[in-house]
Design a protein around this ligand. Sequence first.
Ligand code: BTN
Length: 329
Amino acid sequence: MDVESRVLAELSQDRYSSGEAISHKLDITRSAVWKHIVKLRENGYVIEAAPSHGYRLVSRPDKLLPAEVEPLLKTGVIGSRIIHLDKTGSTADLARGLIDESAPEGTVVVAEEQTKGRGRMGRSWQTPAGKAIAISVILYPPLAPARAPVLSLVTALAVKKALDAYLAEEAAPVALKWPNDIYFGDKKLGGILMEMAAELDRVRWVVDSIGLNVNNSFKNTELEGTATSLAAELGREVNRRELLAAVLNQLDRAYAESRTESGLAALLRVFEKHHLLQGKQVEVTTEAGVNRGIVLGIDDEGRLRLRGPDGKVLSLFSGEATLAGPRPK
Ligand code: BTN
């Protein structure tokens, strides 16, 4: 935790904390305590200062600030550093820039609003201010480039696990669609965008991004029939800070597990269990054309295994998969 987060942790809504006590506890000067209080106020915290009593926290902003998220983390790598922006073009672009500045593994870029958010296949991605979760995580996985796509599946699974744990009482029907979609019922709730650079035999870096619709609404938009948010499905607002922490905690676990062959294989079997397309007749559009078949599962490199109409088994690296009806006779 950085010093600002530690100052915040010392402030309570129920009682006053004196500047002197905070400075003692954190081993910083009283003027340093004051500077952090000013910074916290700039970020939207309402902090009352009463002479001879000290400081009292009156309210917190609804923002995914490091000081809000870090105290909830139980991670080893993910969230080693959190960079928060009120507004940016795309967190993925920002993360890519940070790699050139040797950002440590696990650095998370989080934005309240994106003005040029992007999804897979050149699509745009909406992140209205203060309503969704939009993050990009910098990773340096010791993987051969051909295996990198598994990270997208591992990330989608981590998001599902976080949602399941967070919404345990509501038994939310959260499912996954290869390679990167998170569904609530039959509508898209979120997606993973994975970008990477590699040499022939090793991945140099990965920017693993997650977009999750939390309190936003698609009502009266062109996405109304296909996209949804947690608030729209549950009929209540969801605490983004707790959900983001749950996602980062699950991602940390899944990323560590995916580093062993057996751990990764186990994760991919769990992905198959929650896969919307498992055993279904699908159409997969790839750069090379359209493939039809029944989904057999996911192989160890994250490829979708299909049995085609001629009985041959195909393994697809990437593509856009949709459910297909039975073939006309
Ligand atoms: C998809 O389903 O097509 C993937 C969507 C990924 C969206 C996230 S939001 C954070 C990061 N920044 C972006 O511009 N895109 C990703």
